[in-house]
Design a protein around this ligand. Sequence first.
Ligand code: NAD
Length: 332
Amino acid sequence: MNIKSKKHIKIALVCGAGGFIGSHLVKRLKKEGYWVRGADIKRPLYSRTAADDFMVGDLRDQKFCQKVFSKPFDEVYQLAADMGGAGYIFTGEHDADVMHNSAQINLNALHFGRLANIKNIFFSSSACIYPERNQMDPNHPNLAEDSAYPAGPDSEYGWEKLFSERLYLAYKRNYGMNVHIARFHNIFGPEGSWNNGKEKSPAAMCRKVAQAKDGGTIEMWGDGKQTRSYLYIDECLDGVRTLMKSKFTGPVNIGSEEMVSINELAAMVMKIAGKKMKIQHVKGPLGVRGRSSDNRLIRKTLKWEPTGTLYDGLTKTYAWINEQVKAKRKDT
Ligand code: NAD
């Protein structure tokens, strides 16, 4: 099969194409006219993949990885990782797996990417690489890209990402690969984990509000005064594509500067749902006190930044999660 026909402008590989961001990225690349191969240990959970070819297998496995990198891809997007929200990353129970699995995937992707002569590779790093000491004040966190060192992430997930950033940069230096590294900040939207223990705060909040009765009570981990910013999936992909089309290596933040407390996030979701409920603050894994994207570098280098509001993104996400909750109720 001549996959690089006139119909397709480029061919791309998306590792992690069965995941939240990866499955949306495949759809985006297809819309742009790409031929896309997806690879993942599982297929997307909530809709059919849009990929032309989808290989199910373990990217920790060298033999599988070699097969995945068997075409002259113009672009590779490496998003596969062992990850989840605070309930997965911060309990400590998954530390060894998170570090081992994700590092192994990145080692394989770069090794077989180099052997396959891949020139352009994207790596999804995370805001979790930033030092904990700069995120103690919920109102004034410092997440400028150059604040990453001296290193001090608050999770093993963050340490693995930092190691892998360095690995990608070393492949650029030693083997001339065009590497593009983004540090994602809390990406959310429809078709993300919402009830399997890997969900993040926006999805968890939407689920709790959708499941609770008007006037009822929902639980929240911590005092709700910790701050975060959240970026809607479509804007995340705009950022990824802008970075990939540029000559800029990064690492660069892809996130929103609209910082809210978790209490404010809950209030927004309730407003969208048209429900009012009491919040019961309970003990739970929390992460840092304050975190928000710093977009000065991306504005300067790529002349791009997200412009959508959290409220609009949450409205679309709540609608999708509410549908899932209703569908589950019907099943039981
Ligand atoms: P996700 O968990 O939905 O997607 C990751 C995918 O990797 C999953 O489909 C999973 O099956 C796959 N995977 C894991 N181990 C694998 C293996 N051994 N072999 C093959 N596939 C394997 O997560 P996501 O939210 O889509 O995140 C994508 C990337 O972006 C990840 O690298 C993540 O660390 C990074 N990131 C995400 C966020 C966010 O807010 N979603 C924030 C920062 C960084």
